[in-house]
Design a protein around this ligand. Sequence first.
Ligand code: AMP
Length: 602
Amino acid sequence: MAMHSAVSYPLGRPACKKDAKALQFIEEMTRNVDSVQEKVLAEILSGNANTEYLQRFKLGGATDRDTFKSKVPVITYEEIQPDIQRIANGDRSPIFSSHPISEFLTSSGTSAGERKLMPTIQEELDRKQLLYSLLMPVMNLYVPGLDKGKGLYFLFIKAETKTPSGLLARPVLTSYYKSDHFKTRPYDPYNVYTSPNEAVLCVDSFQSMYSQMLCGLLMRKEVLRVGAVFASGLLRAIHFLELNWQQLAKDIASGILNPRVSDPSIRECMSRILKPNRELADFIIKECEGQNWEGIITRIWPNTKYLDVIVTGAMAQYIRTLDYYSGGLPKACTMYASSECYFGLNLKPMCKPSEVCYTIMPNMCYYEFIPHDSANHGTISRDSPPRLVDLADVEVGKEYELVITTYAGLCRYRVGDILQVTGFHNSAPQFKFIRRKNVVLSIDSDKTDEAELQNAVENAASILRPYDTSVVEYTSYADTKTIPGHYVIYCELHIKDPTNSPSKEVFNQCCLAMEESLNSVYRQCRVADNSIGPLEIRVVKDGTFEELMDYAISRGASINQYKAPRCVNFTPIVELIDSRVVSVHFSPDAPHWTPERQRLEV
Ligand code: AMP
């Protein structure tokens, strides 16, 4: 294909005309980071000048950075929660945005145990779409021929609710998959999925997964890439296949869809796709019936060139398992995004997971960065607030906490992510995702912080009290050796009267009590998505935590300042503590969860 010779493509040769436009857009944006950012801030501030929120800070119509930075405070969710509640309760005045709030996006970050509600506006969908449209043009630079087959992507929607005033509240991907942007996307040969929309858009996770897997099996030779949003989602799909391959093979042999898939629109569309195929059914039985699942992905989908899943941040814990199932296929982390805003993309998606960095797109929102060194831990003192750094001014090697100002009206909002600058593409900085602040445990999209863990342990401890038993020390561990992974809480106990010690049943109830006290994202993963397994308590021998302390001190920790870690992941420590386990207990039931929020009216 002849490309215009006068245009140069520093990123590489585009695969088609549409890609050329996308790559050029990336070049334009990344060359002009500072001026794009200035323009974005001016657009946001002038567009939202009449909002109640901005009026509070008396900007007097100013749209420049200096005025903005000197008058508008840096905030967290808790500070705007009362205003968000007013919107949820029906206040339609322009509080954050001069545009009507189209819906709430429910973040996997929580506040008081419930998902945070992020107000959004209609036009944000276009911005998200724009970022999505850049992903395949970049991928096509590295993987040729993706127009010759399909992508097997396990995509899911989650339950949605309405606020008291009737606004929808749902996760950002549910909002996107249900939008016309996704449902009526124009045909693009580079972006054809095996999953029909009907299967993606079914809220029942079994029926959705079953039909998506079935389509993937039926089209197995056409599949060129296999993916899910996060690594945990892809592993869940593989586990699903382990549990359901016999029924899937039966459906394929007979051409008759499993009656458990009852959704009429899925049944209708599967009737067009599913035809009896004995040979394929036999192949699936042959591959799945043995104990050996190593390389199962490449055995069933032999033309897979890469896995499209995020394995950065908390998802890095799944890399080894993915390698096991895929024979070490490349794992492409394509983008970095959140409910609040989509941020950027990986310009070298086929790089190793440890080298993934995301190039922030300056057109998405206005970014600022709180320098985050080990001394200040990102604390902001009221007397001498640090000067936040602009996108164009961050320095290579340094860590920062991300602060954003969005078109939907969040102003100087702390996202909670810690990023490190690894380099630049043109003048756009590239960031490695370091971690989410204050998260001790995460298996899927759940994020449990220290306070939530502490609260869970206290609730379990109250069940032990009648047995004169107390929790002396505890720590936790995200066990991802099982699929799905699960939380492990190690407890050292003081049992006053061993003749009246708690029974196994009592410990099981402690597990459940902990689960009941964890946040709604955890409970949703447990109940609706089955993406987290039952919580486990491992009771350890007396003196185990002292041994842990000795170990830490032998490695240089200060005796005075030593605190038991609330989460362990360093292998020698986990091995030490595991060797001291005296009993293990699992949650006997699923905790309560409904899509309804507990605290919509405050
Ligand atoms: P949510 O608000 O539920 O949409 O979750 C957004 C959060 O997920 C971000 O703030 C990050 O902490 C995390 N996240 C999103 N994309 C990535 C990524 N590519 N790598 C690591 N973490 C990510």
